[in-house]
Design a binder for this molecule. Structure first.
Ligand code: HEC
Length: 308
């Protein structure tokens, strides 16, 4: 489950190869290109105004910095989530644009993934043109444009690099030296299941693939909703002291679910004793309510992992 992103991508490639091989769908198989940034238009608000003389097709310094995705997550929550949603999952409405909403970044436009194909250097350059120069969405009179964070010096290049590393992590791509190498799965609860407020036993598996012995994980913290957006701490465990029922790479923890009835995300953060890096997984849960009434499609878990 935690290999979701890589697995899905390989599959797509495989299916396409088969489609080409059997001579079907040839006309339909067109590899999507990543979106290109479009010059901003003069606007009353300076952050949405183009900087004269800047080549908006050229990435900036941030694209060569191997940013820290964990630090980037916190910055994303305060700077980007207002338009692109919590963890980049929901774009706000954008009247006057052809899309009608600000694009989601998680999942991101498949053009970025197909073009970069797991190569962080390519992915970072493609993201960076948007973060440096901003972009005006297509459409008659888009209310909201993407601000040019670099050109307008709204953020230092190191912050831009951290945020780009985070957006890449949300989409399963890592700088090789920033790869946490942690496999993290939750077995219980399952995505979309009903859980009641009060004590609950969470179970799963976590391993740092670099560990010489044992799981290499010394702590798993649990939050109800995203820690970086005000989520609530509900429990922690040390898998070495409290292994789960499936042996030393498994864990279990008794968490305390508050009476916040409704749809939430259960977040687990696994900390590696080997590298001090962290990996995160989140699953949607129905807290004290009927999942059939709140989930129209079966939810999946959100995770990103990488093998160094
Ligand atoms: C004021 C609202 C706003 C904020 C804040 C904002 N964006 Fe955007 N972003 C947009 C809009 C609107 C677009 C669409 C631009 C277009 O279609 O050309 C966009 C496009 C993008 C794209 C291109 C995605 C695609 O599919 O074309 C990326 C990447 C991106 N933003 C990242 C970020 C990051 C990272 C942050 C935080 C540093 C951020 N944005 C902050 C409004 C915003």
């Amino acid at each position: 489950m935690s290999l979701l992103h890589f697995g899905t991508r390989r599959f797509t490639g495989g299916i396409m190869a088969v489609a080409i091989g059997v001579g079907l769908l040839q006309a339909a198989v067109v590899l999507a290109a990543p979106p290109q940034s479009t010059p901003l238009a003069p606007a009353p608000n300076v952050i949405s105004t183009p900087l004269p003389g800047v080549d908006i097709t050229v990435p900036g310094a941030a694209s060569t910095i191997h940013g820290d995705p964990t630090a980037g997550g916190t910055k994303f929550a305060t700077i980007c989530a207002s338009c692109h949603g919590n963890r980049g999952t929901t774009g706000i409405g954008n009247p006057g644009s052809n899309d009608g909403t600000v694009p989601t970044l998680n999942p991101i436009d498949p053009g970025f993934l197909e073009d970069s194909n797991g190569d962080a250097a390519i992915f970072a350059r493609e993201l960076d043109v948007f973060l440096q120069h901003g972009s005006r969405p297509a459409g008659p009179s888009p209310l909201i444009s993407m601000p040019g964070f670099g050109d307008q010096k709204l953020l230092p290049q190191s912050d831009i690099a951290d945020i780009e590393a985070y957006v890449m992590q949300l989409n399963g791509t890592f700088w090789p030296d920033r790869c946490p190498g942690i496999m993290l799965e939750l077995a219980n609860p399952g995505p979309g299941s009903r859980v009641e407020p009060g004590g609950y036993r969470v179970q799963g598996r976590a391993t740092d693939v670099r560990a010489q012995q044992g799981s290499g994980i010394d702590r798993v913290d649990f939050f109800l909703d995203d820690r970086d957006s005000g989520g609530r701490f509900i429990g922690t465990t040390n898998p070495r002291l409290m292994p789960g029922p499936s042996g030393p790479t498994s864990f279990q923890a008794l968490v305390s679910l508050p009476k916040q009835i409704g749809v939430h995300d259960l977040f687990a953060y696994a900390h590696s004793a080997v590298t001090s890096q962290e990996s995160v997984i989140s699953i949607p849960i129905a807290l004290g309510i009927d999942p059939g009434k709140v989930f129209t499609t079966p939810p999946a878990s959100l995770s990103a992992t990488c093998t160094p």
